[in-house]
Ligand binder design. Structure first.
Ligand code: PLP
Ligand SMILES: N[C@@H](CCOP(=O)(O)O)C(=O)O
Length: 391
């Protein structure tokens, strides 16, 4: 069953619908009497948690089962007792979106849809294109012209999506996609589709399964605000099913130039979209997060909060994670570490608690950002003596 988070109105799961008649976001209600306690720390993949996932079909590229690393070096450097990264860049197309798409595209097939669509800053399009290819259906992706990392564009193209650049930002593209899905009968797979979040909530299941306990804090980047909502839903389901007896604090990090949630939260004001979002972290260059209400509730219910970080802080954190821990993530992903560093400097966190950072996308998707800020030395003669000179 689908239920509106605002008015509680219910709809059938086999109705193609993304919002309630009242305009509220919908969520899938899981029968928690039927879920299985499979949390034994072994053989972790997304579909291990199938009893929590509301689809029968399965279009899969073996998503999930991503590594959870203890950041031994950064723990020492930052003075934090227990610090981990859940590296979602290890998914088949290099981002957490694959969790949403394995479920979303499976649902599309169940509903008999043969065309799917999304607006995207890059990762959603790459993932939708790959899963549609696997399912044998047509995908259409609308991307902000000139503002998508090259690796992601290449992915969408090679998997066979119809890629349409839009003169505008992600929010403009999403507006077109919402209308197109309604008027052209194409299934929309952005994260306002509640089935997307059913896949993404498995990040919570894996963290619990891998650690064997619930961490005190989850820190993650926030763009369209689906992932923070999904992970919080996952933890709540574990709690309501009686598998855990504690819940983490959800801390959402936005880029300063695209931070409507962090602004509203910190200034204690009404949420207001950012008209001209801008940041080096193109994946989260989003001014009007479609899931902002779910994300707000996640922060409120979990006693978490939102913070923002500058582009400089993001790029510094990207380098720090790569050079100290050997983990290369794209800029948007690095905002979780940038957020932790900032909160630590501001003395706003408890260093004795446990922290899991979610890194959402692989660094190789956006290599330009690194290359542009680095100059290679002149080539040397192919001799040992020339090499010794540059050492
Ligand atoms: C790499 C990356 N990180 C973070 C985000 C933000 O996730 P969400 O839109 O679910 O808030 C996105 C997409 O928006 C992304 O592509
Ligand atoms: N970063 C996203 C933006 C769209 O988010 P979605 O979760 O609503 O699809 C992207 O990769 O396009």
């Amino acid at each position: 069953m689908l239920r509106c988070i605002e008015c509680g109105k219910e709809y059938g799961e086999n109705e193609v619908r993304y919002r309630c008649d009242c305009g509220g976001l919908l969520e899938v209600v899981i029968d928690l009497g039927k879920v299985e306690n499979v949390f034994d720390g072994r053989n972790i993949t997304l579909w291990k948690y199938e009893s929590f996932i509301p689809v029968e079909r399965r279009v899969s590229l073996n998503e999930g089962g991503t590594p959870l690393y203890r950041l031994e070096n950064l723990q020492k450097e930052l003075g934090i007792v227990e610090l981990y990264v859940k590296n979602e860049g290890a998914n088949p197309t290099g981002s957490f979106k694959d969790r949403g798409m394995t479920v979303g595209v499976s649902k599309a097939l169940e509903l008999g849809m043969d065309k799917v669509i999304c607006a995207s800053t890059g990762n959603t399009s790459a993932s939708l294109a790959a899963y549609s290819a696997k399912a044998g259906i047509k995908s259409y992706v609308l991307v902000p012209s000139g503002k998508i990392a090259l690796g992601k564009l290449a992915q969408a193209i090679v998997y066979g999506a119809k890629v349409v650049p839009v003169k505008g930002n992600f929010d403009d593209a999403l507006r077109v996609v919402v209308k197109a899905s309604r008027e052209l009968g194409v299934y929309m797979l952005n994260s306002i589709n509640p089935f997307r979040l059913e896949g993404q909530k498995t990040i919570a299941f894996e963290i619990f399964d891998q650690l064997g306990f619930v961490p005190d804090n989850i820190i993650l980047p926030v763009g369209n605000a689906g992932n923070i909502s999904a992970i919080w839903k996952g933890f709540k389901e574990l709690f309501q099913a009686g598998f855990i007896d504690e819940l983490p604090r959800m801390i959402g990090i936005q880029a300063e130039g695209a931070s409507p949630l962090a602004k509203a939260w910190k200034e204690k004001k009404e949420f207001k979209p950012e008209e001209k979002p801008d940041t080096v972290a193109t994946a989260i260059r989003i001014g009007n997060p479609a899931n902002w209400r779910k994300a707000w509730l996640a922060a409120e219910e979990s006693k978490g909060f939102f913070e923002s970080v500058s582009d400089e802080e993001i790029l510094r954190a990207q380098k720090l994670l790569a050079s100290k821990e050997g983990i290369f993530v794209e800029p948007a992903s690095a905002s979780s570490l940038a957020g932790l560093v900032k909160l630590k400097e501001l003395d706003l966190i408890n260093s004795d608690e446990s922290y899991v950072l979610i890194t959402t996308g692989h660094g190789l998707k956006d290599p330009n950002i690194i290359i542009e800020n680095f100059s290679l030395s002149e080539p040397i003669e192919p001799t040992l003596s020339a090499f010794k000179e540059v050492l």
